[in-house]
Design a protein around this ligand. Structure first.
Ligand code: NAD
Length: 505
């Protein structure tokens, strides 16, 4: 679509060099309010020229920003933290109106992003290097971490504030400059964050946003001045980013999709497990990379688990995100709604038992919204596509297994490895699960084990391509390169040249 500058509709622009700008491209994308199905804005979809121009500006800004002391960079983050708190209602409303999740959930996700900003406020402590006196006689050695240059972040629709905030506060306080390419489905929150960074005193050009789709992503992958790419999104795109960023000699971390299992042991507190599963499977309409989409019922607990879940699903309050009574909002777009409904149809064809069917849900007054009720499948098996593939909607599959060993094998055999949880009262089982399972983030009687900001976030297997997880200590490693210096001072250099490999004497 070609945008009309005089259009009455809200136009979401880029944010470059401290200002919003329409840039060079004339393509636009539609932004919907998922609660009522209406298009409320359009976003400019940038071009390679827009991206390359922003990189030039960020490269120039790097020359001075990277020379600021860590404490000067941290001071900007302290002010930014304060501004996010002051603007939290506006930011939350932007998330709700474009993504659709319920207000309190949106606010919670903003808080989790804010915690990364708080961690970044402590960057002077985290960036301290290592020093060894006398690695050889009168020779000292120390290691320091230095910024990379211009870094880029490409983010998904499901956490429009939190996921960008996993990236840029770390990158910036480590001394880099940053280009963000937010999801084209809900980009407004990012623009507001850019404006707040400027208000916090961040120099122009250090943080930039180029809105767009694949065209901007490909331009990021090709631009030689971008030194590192952080990506969060679906697995096929994550793999594409990983391969092409690496081919163009960039550092890359590409987080992909998931199918998170919750193992329910016969000895567990069933109420706790069911409540945990309800939030983890249906919260944010299942549009979370850490959502639990498979409940593994071990031994004889299957019937009671399914009955309890069914009763709770019938009482789920589904409606617009701004309605305080809503526990679950709509899906993000009509296309995504159709895709999720398609998976439910498929599950029936594949022979799973549909215990709760949310496909025909209508919300009074919001008939055009992208709603689906909670869906629950029983007797799902490993060969079914509804088990193997990520659905990314409020659809929970129950797989029944005989024992703990079968449950762990099931989890380990799945191609994704983001998160997994176990509900049990048996410490030995819990510990064995944590130790042996082939998954990046584990919960023991915890439904969504998302690590806090001062730990690092990331999955295993096809849920993450690259070596380093996001934020926390791994985030610092990702956004810096290590330099090790070995030195001695004149009293010792009046010796003859040495031609052998130096060893410690
Ligand atoms: P997506 O992969 O469709 O899009 C992610 C980003 O990639 C967007 O910015 C989009 O513009 C861009 N993109 C999309 N298609 C592209 C292509 N062909 N070439 C280049 N760029 C492309 O993901 P989404 O639908 O926005 O988000 C949902 C997905 O993200 C789910 O799979 C979910 O599991 C995953 N996710 C993972 C994590 C994690 O931490 N592992 C966190 C959040 C979301």
């Amino acid at each position: 679509m070609i945008y009309n500058l005089y259009s009455y509709m809200n136009l979401i622009k880029h944010f470059v060099n401290g200002k919003t700008t329409t840039g060079y491209s004339k393509r636009t994308g539609k932004i919907y309010n998922p609660a009522n199905g209406e298009q409320e804005s359009q976003v400019i979809l940038g071009s390679k020229l827009d991206l390359d121009n922003a990189v030039k500006i960020a490269n120039e800004a790097f020359k001075t920003w990277s020379l600021k002391t860590p404490i000067q960079r941290a001071r900007v983050m302290f002010k930014f933290k304060d501004l996010i708190e002051k603007n939290s209602d506006e930011l939350t409303k932007l998330i709700v109106s474009e993504h659709g999740k319920v207000y309190e959930d949106a606010k919670g996700s903003l808080t989790r992003g804010l915690e990364v900003v708080e961690f970044a406020c402590g960057i002077p402590q985290v960036l301290k290097g290592e020093f060894t006196e006398n690695v050889g006689t009168d020779i000292d050695s120390w290691s320091i971490r230095q910024p990379l240059g211009v870094c880029a972040g490409i983010t998904p629709f499901n956490f429009p504030a939190m996921v960008p905030m996993w990236m840029f506060p770390m990158a910036i306080t480590c001394g880099n400059t940053f280009i963000l390419k937010p999801s084209e489905k809900d980009p407004s929150c990012s623009i507001k964050l850019g404006e707040l960074l400027k208000e916090a005193g961040l120099p122009d050009g250090v943080f930039n946003i180029i809105n767009g789709d694949k065209e901007v992503v490909d331009a990021i992958l090709l631009n030689r001045d971008i030194k590192a790419v952080s990506f969060v999104g679906s697995t096929p795109v994550a793999k594409y980013i990983y391969e092409n960023a690496a081919k163009n000699e960039k550092r890359v971390q590409a987080l992909g999709g998931a199918k998170n299992h919750c193992v329910v042991m016969p000895d567990c507190d069933l109420d706790q497990a069911v409540n945990g599963l309800m939030g983890a499977a249906y919260g944010s309409a299942g549009e979370r990379c850490m959502a639990q989409s498979v409940a593994v019922a071990v031994g004889n607990i299957g019937d009671r688990l399914v009955d309890n879940l069914k009763k709770k699903i019938e009482k789920l309050k589904i409606g617009p995100g701004f309605d305080k009574k809503s526990e679950m909002g709509p899906l993000v777009t009509k296309e995504h709604l159709e895709k999720v409904k398609g998976y439910v149809d498929l599950g029936i064809k594949e022979g799973a038992k549909l215990v709760s069917d949310g496909r025909n849900l209508k919300v009074d007054g919001y008939e055009k919204g992208f709603y689906i009720g909670g869906c629950l499948f029983d007797n799902v098996t490993q060969d079914m596509r509804i088990y193997k593939e990520e659905i990314f909607g409020p659809v929970l599959s129950v797989v029944r297994v005989k024992n703990f060993e079968e449950a762990t094998k099931l989890v380990n055999d799945h191609e994704f490895g983001n998160g997994a949880s176990i509900y049990t009262r048996d410490g030995d089982i819990g510990r064995t699960f944590a130790s042996k399972i082939n998954i990046g983030m584990i919960g023991i009687n915890i439904p969504i084990p998302v690590p806090v900001a001062f730990h690092s976030f990331g999955g295993w297997k096809r849920s993450l391509f690259g070596d380093m997880h996001m934020h926390g200590p791994e985030g610092v490693r990702f956004y810096t390169k290590l330099k090790t210096i070995t030195s001695r001072w004149p009293s010792d250099i009046r010796t003859n040249p040495e031609f052998i490999m130096p060893t410690m004497k």
